[in-house]
Design a binder for this molecule. Structure first.
Ligand code: SF4
Length: 481
């Protein structure tokens, strides 16, 4: 299994895409859409396609460009398709958990691809096993597919109306049947999903950048609790569960989604630049150069430099082609550590007081190594400026971060964090500043920010909380976090 070394960022779980366009090469379009969504998951990729009679699923471990070749795409004929890129959270990183999942249903078939994480998978799986369902994976997506497959209604919408209220947690999913593609989103809207139009046909994608690449235009976001059916007649939207307080993962704005994607009417590049501006206002410091931690710190560093009046420049050069490798480094390369990913530009760094802008710090291992690299390259001071508040609560909705005690910020003051990272100073953006920078109206009530606040929008069962929280005995013999 691949080693997740040299990686200190939160990770999104997945990206999804679906299209109904019988006169187009839908497998090829799905391939390109997945290519644009590759940042959302690099462990496996897959496409399910149908001509209305046969269902063909092709999926494998690896990047989209590794899983699909010209010959593969030519062997996937059909008029409607769904696709998926995966980063594992529920279910380990192995072939049997790659998506889409196919199931027989009512003498036909369905295939399903899902972004997010259910918090009641165990309970749902147990009831399905009691009904005789067999599972080939440990993925929550297969559980949703099985619930839909065993549903007695012949009408897939009827089945969705019944099944969706039983799902707890985060889900933005695309489903393929023999004649329709259906997108659906949890009642909090934790993970994104958008509807696009390509000529007079429609498609669904996790982000608008998945539409741009195939020449589709953004029609609208699928709202929390909605299903969107795309078929021969166009698209139809139905609210199938009462929407709750909206809770889009704020990390989509901070880091996950591509800067060229548009969410809630905001281009994420501009939102991240505003985060840098807010940060410069909140935590100014005298320095010579504002540098981004590549790649995600770029837009925020530009905003910081603009607001502070301090020049912006590159100081760390990222190896663009590192991607994810299945080859484990040998000991000599492992010792060089961070150099495999970043190389310092000594001429830009020597003798300078630097402000290094990044989006978040999880465990701090990569950040600590980067600070060391900057000092070794001659920096006089390194002030870390982070465009999110300190991460101190784990995510249960599909973001791979850490258990609570592994967060560098857990139980520490900012000064202690700074000392631990070896930086001259550290400052985090406030939650108010972050929400303001999103540019979204009434932002206080439209985002999940539970990994900063511990206020989870959708209740997390106790056994899951146990698995990720640090529990300690208090004086009453009870438990507290
Ligand atoms: S807990 Fe954090 S990472 Fe998870 S969905 Fe909420 S904001 Fe996103």
């Amino acid at each position: 299994m691949r080693e997740r070394w040299q990686d200190d960022s939160p990770h999104d779980e997945c990206g999804v895409f679906g299209i109904y366009a019988p006169e187009m090469d839908v497998s090829r379009l799905t391939f390109f859409a997945l290519f644009a969504l590759q940042h959302r998951g690099q462990e496996s990729a897959g496409v399910a396609v149908t001509d209305g009679v046969r269902l063909i699923v092709h999926k494998d471990m690896g990047l989209v460009s590794q899983v699909f070749e010209e010959d593969t795409l030519q062997s996937l004929p059909g008029g409607l398709a769904i696709g998926h890129v995966r980063y594992s959270t529920t279910g380990s990183s192995e072939m049997r958990n790659a998506q889409p999942f196919a199931r027989t249903r009512d003498g036909s078939f369905i295939a399903l691809a899902h972004n997010g994480n259910l918090v009641n998978t165990d309970e749902l799986r147990a009831s399905l096993v009691r009904n005789g369902q067999v599972f080939e994976s440990t993925s929550d997506t297969e559980v949703i597919a099985a619930l839909l497959a065993e549903h007695p209604s012949r009408d897939i919408r009827e089945a969705l109306r019944d099944v969706i209220p039983r799902l707890r947690g985060a889900f933005s999913a695309v489903l393929l049947s023999k004649d329709e593609v259906v997108g659906f989103r949890d009642p909090y809207g934790i993970r994104p999903l958008v509807l696009g139009q390509i000529e007079d046909r429609y498609c669904l994608a996790s982000e608008s950048s998945g539409l741009d690449i195939i020449g589709a235009r953004l029609v609208r976001e699928i709202e929390p609790g909605e299903i969107c059916v795309i078929n021969e007649r166009g698209y139809e939207i139905e609210q199938v569960v009462v929407r709750k307080r909206e809770a889009l993962c704020v990390f989509e704005f901070i880091y996950f989604a591509r800067p060229d994607s548009v969410m809630k009417g905001q281009t994420l590049y501009a939102a991240r630049s505003r985060m840098g501006e807010e940060l410069a206002s909140e935590s100014a410091v005298d320095a010579d150069l504002v540098i981004p931690i590549p790649d995600t710190g770029h837009s925020a560093a530009i905003g910081y430099a603009a607001r502070s009046g301090i020049p912006y420049g590159d100081a760390l050069i990222k190896n663009r082609y590192i991607g994810r490798t299945f080859i484990n480094p040998d000991d000599r390369i492992r010792k060089l550590g961070i150099r495999m990913k970043f190389n310092p530009l000594s001429s830009a760094i020597r003798g300078k007081r630097l402000i290094a802008v990044d989006d978040s710090i999880v465990r701090g291992n990569t950040t600590r190594a980067l600070v060391r690299v900057l000092f070794e390259a001659g920096a006089k001071e390194v002030h870390l400026r982070i465009t999110s508040p300190p991460l101190i609560y784990p995510c249960f909705y599909g973001i791979d971060m850490a258990n609570q005690h592994e967060f560098i910020a857990f139980g520490k003051s900012v000064e202690e964090i700074s000392r631990e990272l070896g930086a001259t100073s550290v400052a985090y953006l406030s939650l108010a500043g972050l929400l303001r920078a999103t540019g979204v109206g009434d932002a206080n009530n439209r985002f999940c920010a539970a990994c900063f606040t511990g206020e989870y929008p959708c209740e997390v069962p106790e056994h899951l909380r146990w698995s990720k929280f640090r529990y300690e005995e208090n004086t009453c013999g009870g438990l507290r976090t």
